[in-house]
Design a protein around this ligand. Structure first.
Ligand code: FES
Length: 155
């Protein structure tokens, strides 16, 4: 489904369509829509006078940006070496099984996006999972439901 992009022009105007505000504008669009819709990037390119290819390369360079729609809840499983040897892959498999999606995918109801990362910089407490910005240490398969249940109830 195409996103309703009616809020994009106001975001661009807020920054007076200045070229130097490109990242701030993309950040705000990402926060508003949970991803960067292609049409929004075209509009940003046109209004800021920056070639679309340059807008897209900024959008793909930063991990915080996504060109695909994301779920309302983000689950990130660390698969860096330390987390890997402590059972990270099994934890990931359990999330995949419970959500019915693979890493890198979003559930059809757009509720959850499941991703992996290579080290979050806190290896001592691995395996680590980040759910909506909250860090969960020493993850086990049994803790997966405990993370998903409260999030499933929330919108
Ligand atoms: S390997 Fe997972 S936090 Fe470093």
């Amino acid at each position: 489904m195409e996103a309703n992009l009616s809020l994009v022009p106001a975001i661009i105007d807020k920054y007076k369509a200045q070229k130097k505000a490109l990242i701030a504008i993309l950040q705000e669009i990402q926060e508003t829509y949970n991803y960067l819709p292609e049409e929004a990037l075209r509009l940003v390119s046109k209004k800021l006078g920056i070639p679309l290819i340059d807008v897209v390369s900024v959008a793909t360079f930063y991990r915080a940006f996504s060109l695909k729609p994301k779920g309302r809840h983000q689950i990130t499983v660390c698969l860096g070496t330390a987390c890997h040897v402590r059972g990270g892959p099994k934890v990931l498999e359990e999330f995949e099984r419970k959500l019915g999606i693979k890493a890198g995918e979003t559930t059809p109801d757009k509720k959850f996006t499941l991703e992996t990362v290579n080290c979050l910089g806190c290896c001592a407490i691995g395996p680590v999972v980040v759910a909506d910005g909250n860090y969960h240490a020493h993850m086990t398969i049994r803790k997966v439901s405990r993370i998903l249940k409260p999030l499933s109830k929330r919108e």
